[in-house]
Design a protein around this ligand. Sequence first.
Ligand code: ATP
Ligand code: MG
Length: 205
Amino acid sequence: MTNSSKRRIGIMGGTFDPIHYGHLRAADEAHAAFDLSEVIFVPTGHPPHKVGDTVSPAEHRYMMTVLATVDCPYFSVSRIEIDKTGKSYTIDTLRQLKAMPEYADTEFYFITGLDAVMDIVSWKNPEEIMSLCKFVAVNRYGYTYKRMEELPEDLRSAIVSLEIPLLAISSTELRDRIRRDRSIRFLVPPSVEHFIRKYLLYKVR
Ligand code: ATP
Ligand code: MG
């Protein structure tokens, strides 16, 4: 399945509002399963799928992603989307990464949860996305791989499933917990919780 002559790098895109252990485990599982040399976390700048919702400032989401990944030697964070003006589309990010000389001989593994995979038909240029990377679908609480049968065959056949231990954590639930003064301990790294408390994130939305 893997091409050993090429370097393999994972890309974990997300709003990360806030980043949590569900994201980190998914990235770590993919790192091991596909023998990735690293996983690059790419916080979205202006997420096209979250219009209408209030999203925290990109710099805050970027900082939390850095804090959460800093102690893992094979995790890094890219500013590629947050430094861009306008909406963030995965296809543009992939094209940009592919064009960089340092990634000339790299095979990208784009890591997403099953919920995000089911949305792929609504993304910009899904077929081209599939042609530029391997698309990995990790299981997510509330979603089954059977749902993937609803996807068009050409897209579905390009997706690799990866079963990981389920962590039923979502950023939506974390924001809700903070608003309601409930604990988020053991759901996010301590540094992320400290950042949230220091900058009073999610208190009023
Ligand atoms: P929100 O509730 O705000 O949508 P989220 O928890 O879904 O937040 P995102 O930033 O939207 O987090 O997700 C980024 C990527 O990580 C998506 O591909 C999503 O499917 C995946 N992901 C998020 N949480 C988990 C989890 N607990 N287990 C596996 N994958 C996850
Ligand atoms: Mg989500």
